[in-house]
Design a protein around this ligand. Structure first.
Ligand SMILES: C[S@@+](CC[C@H](N)C(=O)[O-])C[C@H]1O[C@@H](n2cnc3c(N)ncnc32)[C@H](O)[C@@H]1O
Length: 198
């Protein structure tokens, strides 16, 4: 997401979701698809280190600039969800924020997140998901099968990420579902925010 859009979304309340996403985290954290580092200002001081993984080179450059201003130590690295640049059991927490919509293989990404989390670690997630309303879900799936991923960097609107988390063996500690409206021309979009353990 570009900076103007980020500011607009924060003004509409996304900053509160990001704060809640990261509240209480401690120790070593891996953030998947960190983008320009939109979450960095919200990391609590109890976090020792964030390994920010970002595959897209322009975003990675922006991410590195924002890492230098972050309230916690952040290292920015190249990498993809299907093969995370971290050892097994090496992190206390993982963060996936508006990224599981875009990874090519969600099951593979979730398996990788499980691999790098230590026993008892947690995954925090903030993702937009498929609608409950059948007509809205059908429109999302139609968009996913046609133009949307091509114009939106591989994003899919109709993914059931809550179900994917459970299928991947995560147990949900908490999971809030709400509608976020980024503003015209984007319609209200269902999101989930929560924590899960492997
Ligand atoms: C909508 S942006 C979200 C950025 C940031 N996480 C946030 O919360 O604002 C989606 C991000 O996912 C990244 N991404 C896309 N495919 C990926 C993959 N296969 N592995 C890791 N990151 C990926 C993109 O490069 C981009 O930074």
């Amino acid at each position: 997401m570009y900076m103007g859009m980020v500011e607009r979304r924060n003004a509409l309340g996304e900053d509160e979701y990001r704060g809640k996403l990261l509240a209480g985290l401690t120790g070593r954290v891996i953030e998947l698809g960190a983008g320009p580092g939109n979450n960095f200002p919200f990391y609590p001081p109890t976090v020792e280190h964030v390994l920010a993984v970002e595959p897209e080179s322009l975003l990675r450059t922006e991410c590195a600039k924002n890492a230098a201003q972050a309230p916690v130590e952040v290292t920015v690295v190249d990498g993809v969800a299907g093969r995370l640049p971290a050892d097994e059991g090496s992190v206390d927490a993982a963060v996936a924020s508006l990224v599981l919509c875009s990874v090519p293989d969600q099951n593979r990404a979730l398996a990788e997140l499980r691999r790098v989390l230590r026993e008892g670690g947690e995954l925090r997630f903030y993702e937009h998901v498929i609608a409950h309303h059948p007509l809205a879900a059908m429109l999302q799936r139609f968009a996913d099968a046609t133009f949307w991923p091509r114009v939106a960097g591989g994003c899919h609107m109709g993914r059931d990420t809550r179900a994917a988390l459970q299928r991947a063996g995560f147990s949900l500690e908490w999971c809030e579902r709400f509608t976020f409206t980024p503003g015209p021309p984007v319609p209200p979009i269902p999101h989930i925010l929560g924590a899960a353990r492997p």
